[in-house]
Design a protein around this ligand. Structure first.
Ligand code: PLP
Length: 355
């Protein structure tokens, strides 16, 4: 798995259409206004009313006892494993999981955990694969203490786990003594796409987080939820890692605003992703994975233009996309309109025609 995010290229023309990631959104004027009006206190001692309101709200949304506000999704994953596992423990996850490939080896470096990668289509593993990976406690093998899933599965294509599989893996995991962890960086995309309530979708999962800086349009922030005892332990790690904050209400206000105004509209991003995929699928030689949410993975190689070349040519025209291994990823979000999708399709058509 290789994905090296490229740094901005100052010699390239300005980006007009940003399909790189749903992290690219800028706070809207109304969101900035909500931030400016935020009531604040000292978050570290539990005295920031806006952050406290966000924590209560996220706990209720996800059906958990408590939640804690953290600077990033990565820090949610890191504090969750540190709060749950001990050195030498084994975590089961998909081969393409963020915790394996995108977090700088933190889970090994800080926790001493090993992550066992499972295979499976779309960034998801089957119940059978999960069962096959489980072993009874014995003195030779590492203690298995956590199973982690991504909802949606990012590198899998923004795919949504079937609810029955999620429920069954959680039940079997718990029966085997494992904690169940859900990386919900794009959980709300799955909720909007399926109509399943977040707390029902995550019912079997002990720890769950959502990212406000992904499709929800906030500049910073993620919230991790679970039992009160778990959140107490997460707080210890938040403090140890230097991530506790002060007047965090200023950013928590953006997250509250995002929950009020930017959840339902994720359906527009999904419609734009479908429109992009449908347009690309009409081009001879372009292979497209049918999107379930806001991520579109495709390969133009069959049209005579390698992915990296198409990405470079689009960048020269002001359209920014990502290469992930040998596929191109386009991500729709708050700052991507249908007109931008149409223009991107027009440019891809033009480039492929000229090839
Ligand atoms: C982005 C992402 C993360 C990390 O979130 P950050 O807020 O960027 O730290 C974790 N897991 C998945 C699946 C992601 O897409």
């Amino acid at each position: 798995m290789s994905y090296t995010p490229s740094l901005p290229d100052p010699s390239a023309p300005p980006v007009r259409i940003n399909l790189l990631s749903d992290t690219q959104t800028r706070p809207t004027p109304a969101m900035l206004e909500a931030m400016a009006r935020a009531e604040v206190g000292d978050e570290q001692i539990g005295d920031d009313p806006t952050t406290n309101a966000l924590n209560e709200r996220v706990a209720a949304l996800l059906g958990k006892e408590a939640a804690v506000f953290l600077p990033s999704g990565t820090m949610c994953n890191v504090t969750a494993t540190l709060a749950t596992c001990r050195p030498g423990d084994e975590i089961i996850a998909h081969r393409t999981a963020h915790i394996l490939s995108r977090e700088g080896g933190t889970h090994a470096a800080l926790g001493g955990f090993q992550i066992t990668p499972l295979d499976g289509d779309g960034g998801m593993f089957s119940l059978a694969a999960f069962r096959a990976a489980l072993h009874p406690r014995n003195r030779y093998e590492p203690p298995q203490t956590m199973v982690s899933v991504e909802q949606t599965a990012n590198i899998g294509g923004g795919t949504i786990w079937p609810q029955a599989t999620l429920d069954a893996i959680a039940a079997d995991g718990k029966a085997a003594g494992l904690a169940t962890h859900m990386d919900g960086a794009r959980l709300m995309n799955a909720v909007v796409a399926t109509g399943i309530a977040a707390k029902d979708m995550t019912a079997g999962w002990d720890s769950v987080w959502i990212d406000f800086s992904k499709g929800l349009g906030a500049p910073v922030g993620a919230s991790l939820a679970g039992s009160r005892a778990f959140i107490d332990e997460v707080w210890r790690w938040k403090q140890r890692l230097g991530g506790s904050m002060r007047q965090s209400g200023v950013i928590a206000a953006a997250c509250n605003y995002a929950l009020d105004y930017h959840v339902e509209r994720l359906a527009e991003d999904h419609a734009n992703a479908r429109a992009l995929a449908a347009g690309l699928a009409q081009l001879a030689g372009v292979e497209v994975q049918e999107p379930q949410t806001n991520l579109v993975f495709f390969r133009p190689d069959g049209a005579g233009v390698p992915g990296a070349e198409l990405v470079a040519r689009l960048r020269a025209r002001g359209v920014l996309l990502a290469m992930m291994d040998d596929r191109i990823r386009a991500c729709t979000h708050l700052d991507v309109s249908r007109a931008m999708i149409d223009e991107t399709l027009e440019l891809v058509r033009e480039i492929l025609r000229a090839a």
